[in-house]
Design a protein around this ligand. Structure first.
Ligand SMILES: [Fe+2]
Ligand SMILES: [Fe+2]
Length: 472
């Protein structure tokens, strides 16, 4: 069979500069988000430039093309896509942020936020991108909400099942009606009958990957049953977006069929991944690269910008909490959190924030060990890190969510030991509390998940989240 190379990108969340890129209101919006909004156009341009010059046969966008479905964002993004299409084929699916199910497209002027931005609705959105890849469509399915799923012949030997999962699942959740799922199964069978390999993309997760605690709600409805149906129909590889996490996971159906899910992170947020997949002789080899930089307003930015932008979300909040009550109030309001309830305990919040910003690992470890009679965290590991500030380590562990634990690869073992010990504290605290056994057992299910989450972050279950091989 021939060789086909595709590049998957996702969650571009392109934000039109017309919506405002400066002033206090924009700064609060941008400072509360992992995504780089003002810079999104420059990031897309850098990625498209790179991909135009690369050896990929086509590019696939796995949904959330725009920030919040604003018409101006779609129009400007469409211009960028049309420019790219002059060089190489591109396929895409849209998702909820493209038609604004959260009803929240906004623009920012000075201190003010305006909610009067025209957005595309479902029907307008589907028509807006329908012509892209039209000549390669093998079959299409309309899901009843105005959205189409399509199967594309991307090369002589490879088909792409690009499905829109918006609002078609149980009770209007993300997912698929029975007819939609049956159409997908038929496409998988038809591809195989035609002697082609088939890979798929949908926006929401087929399966939670980092932890059900975090991304249960980011998955499609009836996910395990759907995953089993697709695996049993012969689908072996699916690319998803939505969580903004770059992470690979596997699922085996009760009948013993395996499907691999590659969750593609957000292009406009840390770590800005591009997922390449080369399909040849029935084998798909996936290699993830992180965008190395972009040029915004004439200035060059490197990859560390994405990391700093994500870390700033936490630093901004802590700095505000440590020194400026009004700033904190406004930042929380930008996240939809009302400060009122915390007003009376602000003195405590300020104290904690000041401590969090400067505390060293050694001191934090001693406090935890004092409170737990010396059994909190490994003393040797704490000693090895005693003069290091704690916060950058917490941020690194947090960022492992987004980068497939790429940071964890170079993380000192002592940091991992302390992090794993800390994750066991909730269970140990609960075990000491006077509480009925049945209630404890119920809480343990959550504390077990906290421990499993930390384990997944510092020792990811996928051997290498950035390089994966799948037999199709
Ligand atoms: Fe997204
Ligand atoms: Fe999404």
């Amino acid at each position: 069979m021939g060789k086909t190379k595709l590049a998957f990108i996702s969650d571009i969340h392109y934000y039109s500069p017309k919506l405002g890129t400066e002033g206090r209101a924009y700064e609060l919006r941008s400072g509360s988000d992992q995504k780089c909004l003002a810079e999104s156009g420059a990031v897309v341009d850098a990625a498209f430039d790179l991909l135009k010059r690369s050896d990929v046969d086509a590019v696939v966008i796995s949904g959330d093309i725009t920030n919040n479905g604003e018409r101006c964002s779609h129009e400007e993004m469409r211009e960028k896509i049309d420019g790219f299409l002059k060089e190489k084929p591109l396929y895409l699916i849209t998702s909820t942020h493209d038609w604004c199910t959260n009803g929240n497209p906004r623009r920012f002027v000075g201190n003010e936020v305006f909610h009067d931005v025209p957005a595309l609705d479902a029907a307008a959105l589907d028509a807006f991108y329908a012509d892209i890849g039209e000549s390669k469509v093998v079959s299409a399915y309309e899901n009843g909400h105005g959205f189409h799923s399509r199967c594309y012949q991307v090369s002589e030997t490879l088909r792409l099942l690009a499905v829109n999962d918006d609002a078609d699942g149980p009770g209007g959740s993300s997912g698929y009606s029975e007819a939609h799922l049956a159409w997908m199964e038929a496409q998988i069978a038809a591809a195989k009958a035609a002697g082609c390999d088939v890979i798929a993309t949908e926006h929401h997760l087929l399966l939670p990957n980092v932890s059900p605690l975090i991304n249960n709600g980011q998955s499609i409805g009836g996910r395990e049953a759907v995953a089993a149906r697709l695996a049993d129909a012969g689908l072996r590889l699916i690319f998803v977006g939505h969580s903004h996490f770059q992470r690979t996971s596997e699922f085996v159906s009760p009948a013993g069929n395996k499907i691999t899910q590659v969750n593609v992170g957000s292009l406009c947020g840390y770590p800005a991944p591009i997922d390449y997949v080369t399909v040849e002789n029935g084998v798909a080899a996936i290699d993830v690269e992180f965008l190395r930089g972009f040029t915004y307003n004439g200035k060059d930015y490197g990859a560390p910008f994405f990391k700093e932008h994500s870390a700033a979300v936490l630093y901004n909040l802590l700095n505000a909490a440590a020194s400026d009550k009004e700033d904190l109030r406004e930042r929380l309001a930008a996240e939809g959190i009302r400060f009122g309830a915390y007003d009376k305990v602000y003195f405590l919040i300020r104290r904690l924030a000041r401590t969090a910003l400067k505390i060293k690992v050694g001191k934090a470890g001693r406090i935890v060990n004092f409170l737990t009679f010396g059994r909190g965290v490994d003393r040797k590991a704490v000693k090895a890190l005693k003069n290091e500030p704690l916060l950058p380590h917490i941020i690194d562990i947090f960022l492992c969510l987004f980068d497939g634990s790429y940071i964890a690869r170079d993380m000192p073992e002592a940091v991992k030991t302390v992090a794993l010990d800390v994750s066991t504290l909730p269970r140990r605290v609960i075990s000491k509390l006077p509480m009925k056994k049945a209630k404890k057992e119920k809480i343990y299910r959550t504390t077990d998940q906290i421990e499993a989450l930390m384990e997944e972050l510092v020792h990811p279950s996928a051997p290498d989240n950035l390089h994966v091989t799948v037999s199709l």
